[in-house]
Design a protein around this ligand. Structure first.
Ligand code: SF4
Ligand code: FE2
Length: 621
């Protein structure tokens, strides 16, 4: 086996990997080794299973599948479906929030409520809904119709395109990239990639971009905005991160997945005095809820709940032996967690009909029964505490403090009510530009080496960093989410952070909250009267693994944001598709992908790009 030092940069991960090995527990790292070397055809994207004349794979001797599709067509089709999968994930998540809001308006739930009425009214007004002299519920009802319609086929464009700079919208119209409806674009992607439909790789990729834009500017954006409306818009607050967020003397419940709808209820139940008293009666010092992945991010942003870890920490968190329950909703939940939980007293509880795990305890959670079910789950976790084996408990290290809660609303408030001071700081060169670092872990990389390495390199160059998703915990554990981290930044960024009391790396939320970054870019572009592609900004997903990350990367590029990936998607088997991704898109949409496994070199590429964009805006370097 590879030394644990090679697998992760973190002491807590290394300690748990060592413990897992001693206890005979397999993790993603061992399974990756079993799967290596991967199938070369699949890696290059030139294998196709879209019909039963195949499966086919492209080789020098067999350059076309049975139907005649060549490498370009097969790679484009595979990538298109990959992006459709990711867009479906974020967008179905967004739809779940519309359904919760609908339950609130219908009065079929009392577990959820509208927490940020002002935001609801602001969004409604932005979308052309009359808000004067109308009740909040009335406005909400109309907003629900607008958002449901955004998923359908009756619109020419999704509602939040009103936020996009006019130049960009014209460009999308010209290219046939304007997202009309979330489900429509996803369904059309599946249609186009059926045998005998879209057999022109660039054309397929344009629709892939449209599908991704439906995610970013509709599915994800609806998810973010309605989560704020229902659970509150994040405000800066302090919390902490790493496996020491798991407490030795408490009942530990880890929430994992993406949507705050269930995890907020688990947290609410865990804070109820009666359940805390039950925990104390079991000999525990209370109930501790900590987060994993994005549902963790959601609770961290709004409730200050600590992060136990990101993607590659999810298996290792259970290995501490101190977790009573892992409660999951959907996405990025490794099915292996069921087996690992089975090696301890840990309950693995799934809560969504669309994300069930063989061997899990299932709770069918809906808006009308959520809190009651959550109480039952917390009670089960409390009872599991009695079965904890103290001799197998090992919680490594000390937690690291983090600052969180940077919604755009919070940032604008911190700036004194408008984006002007940020625009001025960018114009003056104190903040030379900004890069969003987002996404995942992937066992193909030393965990978080690139996520952290890139963030550190960028802030040195006076480039503000925004993080979401699994990069949050990485940046947090590295101490970068604290105002003190400004000491590691260049002089301009250090000055601004010092004046505002903010970190040089801002936690912007979960993966759907990349829509906050889109919105910020659009607002900056509108403030400057330019297109998003003119801004000195970039995006990166250094250690990405998922279909969702591909969708995010593609909507970023299609929105005009230069985007870095630490490794390529499965497209290298087509020169046409690869060229389009890393250069051709530049001519079409004013941005492209670049692939770079070295964080120092990636930061240099961003630096060059930002320099050029600043110069073009007449801002000096
Ligand atoms: Fe082969 Fe074409 Fe069928 Fe794909 S669609 S499996 S390339 S025959
Ligand atoms: Fe995520």
């Amino acid at each position: 086996p590879r030394p644990v030092e090679a697998l992760s940069i973190w002491e807590d991960a290394r300690a748990m990997l060592t413990k897992a090995r001693a206890e005979g527990i397999e993790t993603a790292h061992e399974r990756l080794q079993q799967q290596t070397p991967h199938c070369k055809f699949c890696e290059l994207g030139v294998s196709c299973r879209n019909c039963t004349m195949g499966p086919c794979k492209i080789t020098p001797k067999a350059p076309r599948g049975v139907c005649g599709a060549d490498a370009d067509v097969i790679v484009a089709r595979n990538f298109g479906r990959f992006v459709a999968g990711g867009s479906a994930g974020h967008s179905d998540h967004g739809r779940d929030l519309v359904e919760v809001l609908e339950s609130i308006v219908e009065g079929s739930t009392s577990d959820y409520r509208i927490t940020d009425e002002a935001k609801l009214r602001r969004i409604a007004a932005e979308l052309g809904v009359t808000v004067e002299d109308r009740s909040t519920m009335d406005i909400a009802a109309e907003l629900i119709d607008i958002f449901y319609a955004d998923f359908g086929s009756r619109k020419k464009e999704v509602a939040f395109l009103c936020r996009v700079p006019a130049k960009r919208r014209e460009l999308w119209d010209r290219l046939g990239m304007t997202p009309r409806g979330v489900d429509r674009e996803i369904a059309e992607m599946m249609h186009r990639t059926h045998m005998g439909c879209d057999n022109d790789a660039p054309n397929t990729l344009i629709h892939a971009a449209r599908t991704a834009l439906a995610d970013g500017w509709a599915g994800s954006m609806i998810g973010t905005e309605l989560s704020d409306v229902i659970f509150g818009t994040p405000q800066p607050s302090m919390s902490h991160a790493n496996l020491a967020a798991i407490k030795k003397d408490k009942v530990n419940i880890l929430v994992h997945g993406h949507n705050p709808v269930v995890s907020e209820m688990i947290l609410a139940a865990a804070r109820e005095p009666a359940l805390i008293a039950e925990a104390e009666a079991m000999g525990a010092q209370g109930i501790n809820v900590a987060g994993l992945c994005c549902t963790g991010n959601e609770l961290l942003m709004r409730q200050g709940i600590p992060m136990a870890g990101n993607h590659l920490m999810t298996e290792l968190a259970i290995v501490t032996g101190a977790v009573e329950a892992v409660v999951v909703d959907y996405q990025c939940i490794m099915p292996s967690l069921v087996q690992i939980a089975g090696c301890y007293h840990t309950l693995f509880i799934d809560t969504a009909q669309k994300a069930r795990f063989t061997g899990a305890v299932h709770f069918d959670i809906h808006p009308h029964n959520a809190l009651e079910q959550a109480r039952e789950i917390v009670r089960m976790a409390v009872q599991a505490y009695a079965r904890r084996d103290a001799s197998r408990v090992q919680i490594p290290g000390e937690p690291v403090n983090i600052m969180t809660g940077f919604s755009n609303e919070a940032v604008i408030a911190a700036l004194g009510g408008s984006l002007d001071p940020l625009v001025q700081a960018i114009a003056a060169g104190d903040i030379r530009g900004a890069v969003g670092i987002v996404g995942c872990n992937n066992p193909k990389f030393q965990q978080d080496s690139m996520n952290v390495g890139l963030a550190k390199e960028l802030i040195k160059k006076d480039i503000l960093v925004l993080v979401t998703g699994c990069v949050t915990t990485a940046a947090g554990k590295a101490g970068l989410l604290l105002p003190e981290a400004a000491e590691q930044a260049g002089p301009g960024l250090r000055k601004i952070c010092g004046a505002l009391g903010i970190p040089p790396v801002l936690h912007y939320g979960s993966c759907v909250d990349n829509s906050r970054i889109l919105q910020l870019c659009a607002a900056l572009a509108n403030a400057l009267g330019v297109d998003i592609s003119d801004l000195p900004v970039g995006a990166s997903s250094p250690e990405w693994y998922s279909e969702k990350a591909a969708a995010i990367g593609l909507y970023a590029v299609a929105s005009g944001i230069y985007t870095h990936l630490g490794h390529p998607p499965h497209i290298l088997g087509s020169q046409t598709v690869t060229d389009l991704a890393v250069s051709g898109l530049e001519d079409l949409v004013g941005a492209s992908f670049f692939i770079e496994p070295d964080p120092v070199k990636a930061a240099l590429a961003f630096d060059l790009r930002i320099r050029a964009k600043r110069k073009a805006l007449g801002l000096g370097e």
